[in-house]
Design a protein around this ligand. Structure first.
Ligand code: BTN
Length: 250
């Protein structure tokens, strides 16, 4: 029985399109999203031109990473920034189910043992008042080593636990967690933000911004912005507005 006033949300993952090799699942969906319905997931074993935020290369070693993109859309409004947090919380919960304890380096990195295990890249294509949202996720699963340029800053589920994992099963665990939080989200229940706060890698730490200013990270607000204190003034940033350089551990 449905509760009165409770909105049943659309779901992701009803259709999964899988490639053995592709340039990038994000690039593919950016070109082809009009051919697909809400919630389509595109995954690939290998990407020849995988990329992350700020045009950085996303490395994979042919088989060991879980790489996929999700196509959703929504009205253009200020809840768009929440989607990265919803994905981050879904990934933390997914990893928890496999006994991997992760934290979120706002806005889009998932960290284990001070190293990155997963990156999230949300790209929006705005048309009229509609945001077509392509959410790209790269999770290091069974990787035993990394490119020398990232070996000191990257980790995988295998390196953390010594176990090998089934990527298909991981994807379906993630999809079901995402659908739970997404349904909450469309009903204005933002419990996933509490997961982001509880598992934050930044709250309580000091970071330096691109400007050289030192900021104390206070919180993540209800539209997913980072709340910081700089020179005794409280400021908020959205993900694209700020690059956090050094993190001083307290
Ligand atoms: C980041 O760390 O800056 C985000 C990395 C996002 C990588 C994923 S892998 C699947 C999707 N396709 C891409 O080319 N990028 C994203």
């Amino acid at each position: 029985m449905l509760m009165k006033g409770f909105l049943v949300s659309k779901m992701i993952g009803t259709k999964i399109v899988h490639f053995n090799e592709i340039d990038s699942t994000n690039t593919y969906l950016k070109k082809h999203y009009k051919e697909y319905n809400f919630g389509t997931v595109v995954s690939s074993n290998h990407q020849t031109k995988g990329y992350g935020r700020k045009g950085r290369i996303w490395y994979d070693d042919q088989t060991n990473s879980l790489m996929f993109s999700i196509y959703i859309y929504q009205e253009l409004n200020d809840t768009l920034g929440l989607l990265t947090q919803l994905v981050a919380a879904s990934m933390v919960k997914t990893l928890q189910k496999y006994n991997v304890n992760a934290r979120i380096k706002w806005p889009n990195d998932i960290i284990v043992s001070n190293k990155k295990i997963c990156g999230i890249l949300v790209e929006n294509i705005i048309e009229n008042n509609k945001a077509n949202v392509i959410i790209g996720i790269g999770l290091n699963v069974n990787n035993k080593s990394f490119d020398s340029s990232i070996q000191n800053i990257a980790t995988s589920m295998y390196l953390e636990t010594g176990n090998l994992y089934n990527k298909k099963e991981l994807l379906s665990t993630f999809i079901s967690q995402f659908n739970t939080y997404y349904c909450n989200h469309v009903n204005n229940q933002l419990s996933y933000l509490d997961i982001c706060r509880e598992h934050s890698y930044l709250i309580g730490k000091s970071v330096t911004l691109e400007t050289g200013e030192v900021a104390e990270v206070l919180n993540i607000d209800n539209i997913g912005r980072l709340v910081v204190k700089i020179n005794n003034k409280v400021k908020t940033f959205i993900g694209s507005e700020v690059t956090l350089h050094h993190i001083y551990k307290k």
